[in-house]
Write a protein that binds this ligand. Structure first.
Ligand code: F6P
Length: 320
């Protein structure tokens, strides 16, 4: 292994820069040449990559987003796109790849690996929806951002004795809602993993009012099918209480990464470089019970992320 490349793909996540920095610096320390690919698999197919040195990743550790830019690529899902990427890597003399991103990115890594190319996948997504790792890079920062928003919304919600429905990201996964709901003291969380009954929800809200609650915070994951605006209107009609929607959207994807995300990203990238130097088979890197691990890429993608029911039940008790 002499020359490796690193890319970020899919939705960006705080901590991706920390991972790029560690991949470049650990790679150079091992005597490798490290190339940065622009705009994920799109840039890889276009041959948009350049050599990086220690200084080129200076002053990025604390920044959200990704220095290398990111993209979602439908072309890379095709055989033609993957063969094109392999051609480019052969031309540039790249022997191994570090791909940082979510589920789609790891599937892309798996496809390259099936074609005989060594790829290490890093879990870069705010969604925390990858089953093979305890946490994904960016999740902790996204939850911290949601918590900050809940604290502010709580102030005004309380002054006006309103119900607030706060929509958070997570695609098909309810973890951002679960963790921010429990840590933020929400009354209710609505997640795609657990069906809910709107009449029961409204009854619970009115019970809270009777028990003296001035306001009510509902965290709704975007993967819950009913649109947030519609849900808000139904709650207002059924409870007779003023109800406001807040969609946090892309706010959750930006910002300086927390300590946890920086360390996770840094340690995963260091492990990826080590495994490439050892000429290991392709792996998905993550943490299992706190330890940094490399899991067979194929196996990793088979592992479904499990919703934490204990946390959910605790959240319901505390939110009453
Ligand atoms: O996967 C990260 C994520 O932010 C999801 O939570 C969300 O559903 C999606 O990306 C939004 O994607 P896009 O950036 O393509 O709008």
């Amino acid at each position: 292994m002499k020359r490796i490349a690193v890319l970020t793909s899919g939705g960006d996540a705080p901590g991706m820069n920390a991972a790029i920095r560690a991949a470049v610096r650990c790679g150079i320390e091992e005597g490798l040449e490290v190339y940065g690919v622009q705009r994920g698999y799109e840039g890889l197919m276009e041959g948009d990559l350049h050599q990086m040195d220690r200084r080129s990743v200076g002053d990025i550790l604390q920044r959200g987003g990704t220095l290398l830019k990111s993209a979602r690529s439908s072309r890379f899902r095709t055989e033609e796109g993957q063969l094109r990427a392999l051609d480019v890597m052969e031309t540039f003399g790249i022997d191994g790849l570090i791909a940082i991103g979510g589920d789609g990115t790891l599937h892309g890594a798996r496809d390259l690996s099936r074609r005989g190319f060594k790829v290490m996948g890093l879990p870069g997504t705010i969604d925390n929806d990858l089953g093979y790792t305890d946490f994904t890079i960016g999740f902790d920062t996204a939850v911290a951002t949601v918590l900050e928003a809940i604290t502010k919304i709580r102030d005004t919600s309380s002054s006006h004795e309103r119900i607030s429905v706060i929509e958070v990201m997570g695609r098909h996964c309810g973890d951002i809602a679960l963790y921010s709901g429990l840590a933020g003291g929400a009354e209710t969380i609505l997640v795609p993993e657990i069906p809910f009954d709107i009449n029961e929800l409204c009854r619970g809200i009115l019970e809270g009012v009777n028990a003296g609650k001035l306001h009510n915070i509902i965290i709704k994951a975007e993967g819950v099918e009913i649109p947030t605006q519609e849900l808000t209107e139904i709650i207002e009609r059924k409870t007779g209480r003023e109800t406001r929607p807040v969609v946090l959207s892309y706010l959750q994807r930006g910002g300086s990464p927390t300590m946890r995300d920086r360390i996770l990203a840094t340690e995963c990238a260091a492990k990826a470089v080590k495994l490439l130097v050892e000429e290991s088979e392709s792996k998905a890197i993550g943490t299992l019970e706190g330890q940094i691990v490399g899991v067979d890429l194929e196996d990793a993608l088979e592992m479904k992320s499990e919703f934490n029911m204990e946390m959910y039940e605790l959240m319901k008790v505390l939110g009453k």
